[in-house]
Ligand binder design. Sequence first.
Ligand code: SAM
Length: 302
Amino acid sequence: MLGTEVLDHTKKPKPDLSLHRVCKGKNDIALQLPELKKLLEVLKRKRESCCGNDGDGEKCGPGNVFLVGTGPGDPELLTLKAVKLVQKADVLLYDRLVSNDVLEMVGPDARLLYVGKTAGYHSRTQEEIHELLLSFAEAGATVVRLKGGDPLVFGRGGEEIDFLQQQGIQVKVVPGITSASGIAAELGIPLTHRGVANSVRFLTGHSRKGGTDPLFVAENAADPDSTLLMQHGLPANTPAAAVERGTTPQQRMVFAELNDLADKVAQEELVSPTLIIIGKVVALSPLWPLSSKEASCLMEAV
Ligand SMILES: C[S@@+](CC[C@H](N)C(=O)[O-])C[C@H]1O[C@@H](n2cnc3c(N)ncnc32)[C@H](O)[C@@H]1O
């Protein structure tokens, strides 16, 4: 099968404090529960006064929750819908992968809450996030849940929708550019290409606690250990790229053949978030350094 593997890879996971610059201190959710209570009261009072003044039924009901994808980091990759919602939201809950540039678009009166997770460290559990979304929606707020990439690609967006819908809260989803396609575009890698790759697979490198290794679930087709990947049929010289913080000014990347990829990633000390793309299409990138001859052969094969 001709294909391209796009791996969600996290190496040396650790909280990246630089990503939290906008809200540092002020929005540390653990320190501000009393403040959250105050905020809920303000939102409720606002809603009650609207209901009292004009009896507008809509304003008296619960607010909406919007799951908004922010793309891989470059703010210009946001949809217009996402920008409008970011600017009009009352409360925004955001993840680790949402870039500062995106957070800077938030309206002046809105409240930002960091609820991010890194492997081994969760600032809020998924259940707490559900409860927060519910409380704000019940207080009548326009709640925006910001997620890196697309909210429904490895983003647990489905769980948030399920929970809120069961509680009678309407949830709308605004798609984002998933990091795989945003980063591939940045590097000039076509994820599919006639005669080179006729399918593309997105695999996560993370399993839930006690779960089966997600890479084995994918038909044993891939593993962070490139040896295993090769055992399952990929040639050792398959082109591959690893990209840290793709599409942001901090982007760093490594191109290598599959058998050298792990060493090069270690050598460059790439950290999370890093995305790995494996497949012959990688050699079609104008940035592929190894063999322009190989790339042109592939192009001729089309
Ligand atoms: C929990 S998943 C979220 C995926 C996201 N919903 C999407 O559609 O891209 C996190 C993984 O996405 C990848 N990722 C997301 N943004 C990235 C970026 N800007 N640069 C590199 N990898 C990124 C990394 O593999 C990271 O470990």
